[in-house]
Structure formats: structure tokens, C-alpha cells
Design a protein around this ligand. Structure first.
Ligand code: ADP
Ligand code: MG
Length: 670
């Protein structure tokens, strides 16, 4: 048995739970041992039954004298056990757990944690937790510090705790993945000890030491993965080193023809990209900038240089709407220059010749004629899996890759999780862009909010209303709910206004029609699922109303409100929420005052943890089990070690195998 043994092979108990285990990410023995406690429960010391007092939370231990079920009404049963220690007895009471009479037997020694009750001269304890004690096993469910795990249907914390304990105290052999030299210099606990302490600590101090060790390991592996990917990438020599100098005049001409001046950040990004393109290895650069910071034009300029060098560009967008919007922008700029732009979506049938192909996933799957692909641009990166990126890259001979995202990524995270990419930040907004006035509207002001909107509409403004569904892919239920909300708004609230409905299951020409109609003011209000999140441009829309705002991440809300404020007029964002707790209120209020994406992301990171920044819980690059993304000093310390270790990786077999298998996993769909 090794750490890689699938849990399904660990015996019947595991086999029966294979599915729920997989659901919480436990596939191998290692996943089980590294399953992090979400918190710890602390219990008081055990005391003699005679010493307990009424209303006290106590832990007692005794021999079971009898146990039985008692019916207490149609649907309720009580389980009562009498236990005694020395000469005193106490009655233990459970609710609705009939199976207990099969698990607990007369004569067992049992430890009980619960609240002491005193009535009619009789002591009883209402049981919170119990544990049957055997001579050769120390108590793990009622101890001074007990781990609590994230549960799922069919897997209780107690079950998980039992399995981890059995395995940790069994005789599996495994070696430490961290080289001895580093264990010593960084004063890290050996792995066995660390795992034991994280699950079954004797003191809070032990937890800290264990967590430090496990965080170190986790961050180290992330760093090594990025460094390895970067190393592999750099081995990839490109056959086409681009030339910049001969085309400087053409590039300047294109820039001069734009209706605006590039921002400093845009110019800087273009410079860095051009430097990358002149090298003999493929570029792998992330262009990060808030909604509206002007990423498209940077891609346009890069595509133009690619064309001038005699190569094709493939631009991949996450939705048909966005692909078409890019297509329009590009055609307008490039057709006069004799550059042929083609659009590929799921509806495209023909496959002709082109210089620049814009499209959705269709770019990968259709027979798109990439015979000289030199540049791949991927817009809104978080929507694409690594695999899709890899496939598109394979269509050319190691083309350059420019990935664009509006997802604000705090700097610490960049270094840890995106260390394989070069990064350009567009941290400067084009001139004249206005701040979008934002209010968190309390439920009792909902009606007056609607009235205010009606007034605005009567003056010619247009409104987005986003329904609160955060699933990454729209399901039948979310669309049904959007339809219900649409009907409610149309019939009850905005009966004198014109409403349109947009959702992800519409065919792309239907979507386009809805958007075109909205743009042409055939509707006042567009009710949508969050598909509008990604960049569509409707300058006359000035109000963004978001329902169920508490369910979105701040960065995501910020991206959504960026859909308005594209024109001259003052723009607004109204956040509605039917379920505000103080934390949610505090989060959402920050949108009233803060208008920088990365700052908002940082706040969400602190309040809700990394899994929640981007709306969907899973975001492979940002997932940590033990480490905190805020531990900047640990992150940079590990970085130093990783840079040293990457050079001698072949020497460290375990570490090398771990990095290798993680990279393989990364290439499977996100
Ligand atoms: P995003 O970064 O969200 O993709 P876009 O590239 O769609 O942003 O740009 C948003 C809008 O800003 C577009 O209409 C674009 O033409 C305009 N824009 C881009 N750069 C500038 C600039 N330097 N000055 C003024 N407007 C600009
Ligand atoms: Mg964009």
C-alpha cells in the first residue's frame, strides 16, 4: 500500500463510500491523509459523574448498564442509556438515532460529551458526542482537541476522523517528499508527525507547527509546477522569431488611426509583448486589466504585427457574443488594410482562407485552416481549460500565446499560482471613463428603487437586470428562474416598459437579435442571467441592477457593473439582496467606495477565501488546503527554495514524481 493507492482498494468500508469520497476530492490514500480539518472542537477534561453540575457542558465516562429505544410521539424516538462510574449513574439521552441500540452494548465503556440536566432529583446528559472506549485506542472523537471536517451526504466528520486515524496509525510506509536538508534548515516537522498533528493534535501549538510544514509543502509544489511549466515552455523553440523594426511605421500608423490615444499602461504592454515576440521562444504572457481598460486594442496591435510578419492569428473568446463583437472591431480596423478576418462560431459552415480567425470553441473543433498560426489570443482566460489552450497551441508550431483576463488577481497570487506566465497589467483606465455610482439597496427600498428606474427609463436610459445565478454553466433551473423573474418584472413591476430576456441557452443568432434589439432601443430593460458578465458594449445602458448580489464575488460584481458606463451619461449600479447578513453587507458596501478590481478581489480574498473570488468555487490555480494566500513571507521563502530545488529536481525522485503528476492533471479539463 502506498499513498497513491485508491481508497476504493482499502477495504469494504471505503469501497462502500467511494462515491461520496470522490465528491470531496478523496481518490487516493494521500488525499485522505491530506484532507484538511476545517476547524477543531475543544472538549473539557473528563470528570467523575458525581462532580458534574446542572447546565454544565461536561465529558464523562462510564460503563453502559442498559440502552433502549423509547417512542416519544409519532415521528420521534429517544435513545436512553444508563451509564455508571464508580457508584454514580447518569442517564444519557439521544434523539432519533434508533441505530444506536445496535452500536452501543451493555457492558461497553463509553465516553459522553454533552449538557448536564438535573430534574426530579435525577441527573441526565443530553448527548452531543459519544465514543466507545477500548483499551488499546486513545479517544479521538472526544478529546481535548478534535478535528472537524467538511462533510458531504453519507460522510460524517466522525467517519472521516475514524478512517484517517486508522490509516495514520497503520503501518503504511511513506517517505518524506521534502529533502532532508530543507526539513532541517526550515525546521519542518517530518511528514508523518505533521499529519498526525494536524489531525490529532495534543495542543494548539502542534497544529501551528503541522500547518506550517504542510503549507510549505503545498506552496513548494505549486512553485515547482510553475517553474517546471516555464522551463518546458522555454525549451520550445519557435520557428518564427518575429521582426519588429521593419514594421514600426505600419504599427505607428495603425495606432495613429485610432480614435483615442493609448494609455501609458497599454503602450507598456505592447512594448513588453513586442520584446517577447522578438525572442526565439514562444511568448506566454497574461494581460490583466479591469473591464474597460482596453485589452482588445493591445491584442489588435499584436495581431497586426503577426500579420506583418506573415503569420495568422487565432483569437478565442468564451462566448459567441464576444467573438462577434471582436469580429466587428477587427473587421472595421483591418479590412481597410487588406487583412482578411473570419468569424468561426458553432454556426459557421464554410472554412475559407483568412489572416485572423476569431471564434469560440469552434476554433478548436472545426477544421479551421491554420496553416501558419503564429499567435493565439485567448480572451477572458478563466473560462477556458488548460487543455483547450493546449490544443489550440498545437495547431501551430508553438505559436505565441497572449492570454487576456479581466479577473483581478492579487499580486501574491500571481507569483504563486501564475509563476509560469509573464504578466502585463493594464492598471490605468482610458481617460474620461466615469465612476459607476453604486448603491446597496435594502429590501425595504426595493419598490422605490424600481420607481427610480422607471423615471430614468422615461428619460431615455436603458437597464440591465441580472438574475442571481452563479452556476458557471446555465442549467434548466436557472433559466426557468430567469424566466419567472422576467414574467414577474414584466407583469407586476415594469408593466409599462419594454423588456427583453437573454440567457445562455438561446441560440447564438437569437442572442444576437436580443442584444441588437436592446442596442437599438427596442427594449428598455434587458433581464439576463450572468452571461452579460463578459464584455458586451451597449453605451446607452446606464443602469445595472443585480439581484441576489450576495451570491456573487466582489470581483465578479465589479466586472458586471463594468457593462454600464460605456457612454457619456452618468451610470449606476444597484445591488439588491434578499438575504443580507452583516458580513455580506460589509462586503457589498465596499462596492460603493472601491472601484479597483484587484482591490475588491483582495477584500473578497480576506473575507471569503480564495475559492470565492471568481464566483465559482473551483479555480485550480488558487486552491490551497493548508496554506493561506496571505502568508506572503512563507510564499517568498518557499520561492527561494523552489528555485534552488528545480535545478536538482532529478535527484529528488518523490518531489519530481509529484510535480510531474500534477502537471499531467493540469492538462486535463479544469
Ligand atoms: P476590455 O479591457 O474590457 O476588453 P475593451 O478593449 O473592450 O476593454 O475597451 C473598452 C472600450 O474602451 C472600447 O470601446 C475601446 O475602444 C475603448 N478604449 C480602449 N483603449 C482606449 C484608450 N486608450 N482611450 C480611450 N478609449 C479606449
Ligand atoms: Mg474584453
Amino acid at each position: 500500500m502506498t499513498l497513491d493507492t485508491p481508497v476504493g482498494n482499502l477495504g469494504f468500508v471505503f469501497k462502500a463510500k467511494k462515491k461520496p469520497l470522490a465528491k470531496i476530492g478523496i481518490i487516493t490514500l494521500k488525499d485522505l491523509l491530506y484532507y484538511p480539518p476545517t476547524r477543531y472542537e475543544q472538549y473539557p477534561n473528563k470528570k467523575p459523574i458525581a462532580d458534574t453540575i446542572a447546565d454544565e457542558d461536561a465529558v464523562v465516562e462510564g460503563k453502559v448498564a442498559k440502552i433502549q429505544n423509547q417512542y416519544a410521539g409519532r415521528k420521534f424516538t429517544l435513545q436512553k442509556a444508563t451509564i455508571w462510574d464508580a457508584t454514580v449513574e447518569i442517564e444519557c439521552v439521544w434523539f432519533n438515532q434508533a441505530y444506536l441500540t445496535r452500536v452501543i452494548h451493555e457492558g461497553d465503556t463509553i465516553r459522553i460529551a454533552g449538557k448536564i440536566k438535573y430534574a426530579g432529583g435525577k441527573k441526565s446528559i443530553s448527548v452531543k458526542e459519544y465514543e466507545i472506549i477500548s483499551e488499546n485506542k486513545k479517544p479521538i472523537h472526544i478529546a481535548s482537541i478534535v478535528p472537524v471536517y467538511s462533510e458531504t451526504r453519507g460522510l460524517s466528520s466522525k467517519w472521516i476522523r475514524n478512517r484517517i486515524f486508522e490509516r495514520l496509525t497503520s503501518d503504511i510506509e511513506f517517505d518524506d517528499i521534502i529533502p532532508a536538508e530543507f526539513l532541517e534548515t526550515r525546521k519542518l516537522l517530518p511528514i508523518r508527525e505533521a499529519l498526525h498533528s494536524i489531525h490529532f493534535p495534543a495542543s494548539l501549538d502542534e497544529i501551528d507547527k503541522a500547518r506550517f510544514r504542510l503549507s510549505y509543502e503545498e506552496i513548494l509544489i505549486k512553485h515547482l509546477i510553475s517553474l517546471k511549466i516555464k522551463e518546458e515552455w522555454n525549451k520550445n523553440l519557435t520557428s518564427h522569431k518575429f521582426r519588429v523594426k521593419p514594421f514600426e511605421k505600419d504599427i505607428d500608423k495603425l495606432i495613429a488611426s485610432l480614435p483615442f490615444k493609448l494609455t501609458g499602461a497599454q503602450t507598456k504592454a505592447v512594448d513588453s509583448i513586442f520584446q517577447d515576440l522578438e525572442k526565439d521562444k514562444p511568448m506566454n504572457r497574461l494581460l490583466e486589466g479591469d473591464v474597460g481598460s482596453g485589452k482588445t486594442i493591445v491584442a489588435v496591435i499584436t495581431a497586426y504585427l503577426t500579420f506583418l510578419n506573415g503569420f495568422q492569428t487565432g483569437i478565442m473568446a468564451p462566448t459567441g457574443i464576444l467573438a462577434e463583437q471582436h469580429y466587428k472591431t477587427l473587421t472595421k480596423l483591418f479590412t481597410p488594410l487588406g487583412i482578411k478576418v473570419e468569424l468561426f462560431t458553432s454556426n459557421t459552415k464554410k472554412a475559407g482562407e483568412f489572416d485572423i480567425a476569431v471564434g469560440t470553441h469552434a476554433l478548436i473543433h472545426k477544421k479551421v485552416n491554420f496553416h501558419k498560426l503564429g499567435l493565439v489570443v485567448i480572451d477572458e482566460q478563466q473560462k477556458f481549460g488548460v487543455e483547450q489552450r493546449a490544443i489550440l497551441r498545437e495547431k501551430g508550431e508553438s505559436p505565441h500565446v497572449l492570454t487576456m483576463t479581466a479577473t483581478p488577481i492579487p499580486r501574491t497570487i500571481l507569483l504563486t499560482a501564475y509563476g509560469d506566465l509573464e504578466v502585463s497589467l493594464l492598471d490605468e483606465m482610458p481617460m474620461g471613463r466615469k465612476i459607476i455610482k453604486t448603491w446597496l439597496v435594502p429590501n425595504e427600498k426595493r419598490e422605490s428603487g424600481y420607481e427610480w428606474i422607471k423615471d430614468k427609463i422615461s428619460k431615455g436610459d436603458q437597464v440591465f437586470i441580472v438574475c442571481p445565478f452563479i452556476e458557471p454553466s446555465e442549467t434548466i433551473t436557472t433559466i426557468k428562474a430567469a424566466k419567472v423573474e422576467f414574467e414577474r418584472l414584466k407583469n407586476d413591476v415594469f408593466s409599462n416598459q419594454k423588456l427583453g430576456l437573454l440567457h445562455g441557452k438561446l441560440k447564438s443568432d437569437e442572442k444576437n437579435k436580443v442584444l441588437e434589439d436592446f442596442k437599438n432601443k427596442k427594449f428598455d430593460i434587458l433581464v439576463t442571467t450572468p452571461v452579460v458578465e463578459v464584455g458586451i458594449d451597449i453605451p446607452n445602458a446606464t443602469i445595472m441592477l443585480i439581484e441576489g448580489a450576495q451570491r456573487f464575488g466582489l470581483a465578479q460584481l465589479h466586472q458586471m457593473r463594468g457593462r454600464v458606463g460605456r457612454g457619456e451619461k452618468e451610470s449606476y449600479c444597484l445591488l439588491f439582496s434578499d438575504n443580507l447578513n452583516p458580513l455580506a453587507e460589509k462586503r457589498l458596501k465596499s462596492l460603493e467606495k472601491i472601484f479597483s478590481g484587484p482591490d475588491l478581489a483582495e477584500i473578497d480574498l480576506q473575507l471569503r477565501g480564495p475559492g470565492n473570488i471568481y464566483g465559482t468555487a473551483q479555480h485550480g490555480r488558487l486552491e490551497f488546503k493548508f496554506a493561506s494566500i496571505f502568508d506572503k513571507s512563507l510564499i517568498s521563502l518557499v520561492r527561494t527554495d523552489a528555485e534552488k530545488l528545480i535545478k536538482e529536481l532529478p535527484k529528488h525522485k518523490l518531489l519530481r514524481a509529484e510535480v510531474k503528476s500534477s502537471i499531467i492533471q493540469k492538462v486535463s479539463p479544469d
